[in-house]
Design a protein around this ligand. Structure first.
Ligand code: LMR
Length: 399
């Protein structure tokens, strides 16, 4: 039955981790997959998460099934973290949060919901976008189109072209937007631009799908959800997908959520049941452990404070690594402008290198970045920054 199926190509991002692991050179640098690393190169468990986990282990009395909607304490925590309890949609009981297996599970569930509502719906994604968006969303059977977002030559947003393209979308289309820390470019929209986009979406009857994977790692916990708060307050319907991989460091625990904001409590109820039905069909219920940790952490004021302080320290460190890398590149490669790295936000920037240059980085310098030359700045440390800058300068000089 399966003999005609051929081997799949490796995943463009996770495949890089496999190549990195196979390299025995001690000087190798991993700036591929989006994982935060500390000064020693480790991805430690956050202290607040460790303490919440210990509390959970001491108090949890059962491993029986959860409801399909997931862990209630987690869902409350995510609603508060992402929207805030005083957001108009929360006060009017028009928002619902459902736990999912990571941000990927949230995106797939959101895409399934879109397909259930309208199998012919278009989902517009930025060009470029996170490489896995296409597979995750397209896997639900909806059609994907792209809108211009970023100019590789100038390292700036193609804002006017983006607006033009969104203007042309059929009413009822879904627009995938990243509220902060855009993956893979690191280039975000300003508050003024979000207001213009919001007005466009409202006027054209378009629904935003807001993919929020890095809250707290860009400009701060609140600033990073500015677009979410604004769009959810002016639009009749908003879908939000949330990942706790990076900001809680819960990568392998697959902890995430999908939030739906609708016109009324009745809308909210209907979509909640739709999401639960889709989840039951796919995986019954999301795994509990990571979500239970977040729920426990959030309910303890001291742990919540500790988590916020830890996240803020991580955010500042990534920001300072950006400044270091841009400064080192200015010295090592004065003819190429890499200043955009210092100005951008979140974990990623696109170097703008060609495929042979990316290949040369890997083969000659043991530097592992994504095939589109995306680097994970959060994977660097003070020592590897200088070596990375030297390697980039070398491939830019002689590709
Ligand atoms: C990334 O973009 O590197 C991360 O979100 C990990 C992944 O699943 O690709």
């Amino acid at each position: 039955m399966f003999e005609h199926l051929r081997a799949c190509p490796p995943d463009p991002i996770l495949g890089i981790s496999v190549l990195y692991a196979a390299d025995s050179n001690p000087a190798k640098i991993d700036v591929g997959v989006g994982v935060y690393r500390d000064a020693t190169g480790a991805t430690p468990i956050m202290e607040s998460v460790l303490q919440a986990q210990a509390l959970l282990a001491a108090t949890q009395t059962s491993k029986s099934y959860l409801p399909t909607a997931g862990n209630a304490a987690f869902n409350r925590a995510i609603t508060e973290l992402v929207l805030g309890l005083d957001h108009v949609a929360v006060r009017e009981d028009r928002a619902v949060t459902l736990q999912t297996p990571g941000g990927c599970g949230a995106l797939r569930l959101a895409a399934d919901l879109i397909h259930t509502a309208n199998a012919k719906a278009l989902v517009a994604v930025s060009r470029p976008t996170w490489s896995h968006h296409h597979a995750l969303i397209g896997g639900a059977g909806v059609s994907i189109i792209e809108y211009p977002y970023y100019d590789h030559g100038t390292h700036t947003l193609l804002y006017a072209s983006m607006l033009e393209a969104l203007e042309q979308l059929p009413s009822g289309s879904v627009v995938l937007l990243q509220p902060s820390c855009h993956n893979p470019t690191g280039a975000d929209l300003t508050p003024v631009q979000w207001h213009e986009i919001g007005a466009l979406l409202l006027r054209r009857g378009l629904v935003p799908l807001l993919d929020l994977a890095y809250q707290g790692l860009g400009e701060g916990l609140l600033t990073d959800v500015y677009a979410v708060h604004h769009l959810a307050s002016i639009l009749p319907e908003v879908l939000i997908t949330v990942s706790c991989s990076k900001n809680f460091g819960l990568y392998r625990e697959r902890t995430g959520a999908v939030i739906y904001v609708g016109r009324s409590p009745a809308d909210k109820h209907a979509i909640h049941t739709q999401l639960m039905t889709l989840a039951r069909r796919l995986y019954s219920m999301a795994p509990d452990h990571g979500a239970a940790i977040v729920g426990t952490l959030w309910e303890q004021a001291a742990l919540r404070q500790l988590w916020m302080a830890e996240l803020e320290a991580m955010r500042r460190r990534v920001h300072s690594l950006r400044q270091h890398l841009a400064a080192q590149l200015k010295e090592a490669s004065p003819l190429t402008d890499f200043e955009f790295i210092a100005k951008q936000s979140g974990m990623f920037s696109l170097l703008g290198l060609t495929q042979p240059q990316v290949e040369a980085l890997r083969v000659h310098h043991h530097v592992y970045c994504a095939p589109d030359s995306r680097i994970n700045v959060a994977g660097l440390n003070e020592e590897s920054v200088a070596r990375l800058a030297a390697a980039i300068a070398a491939v830019v000089r002689s590709p």
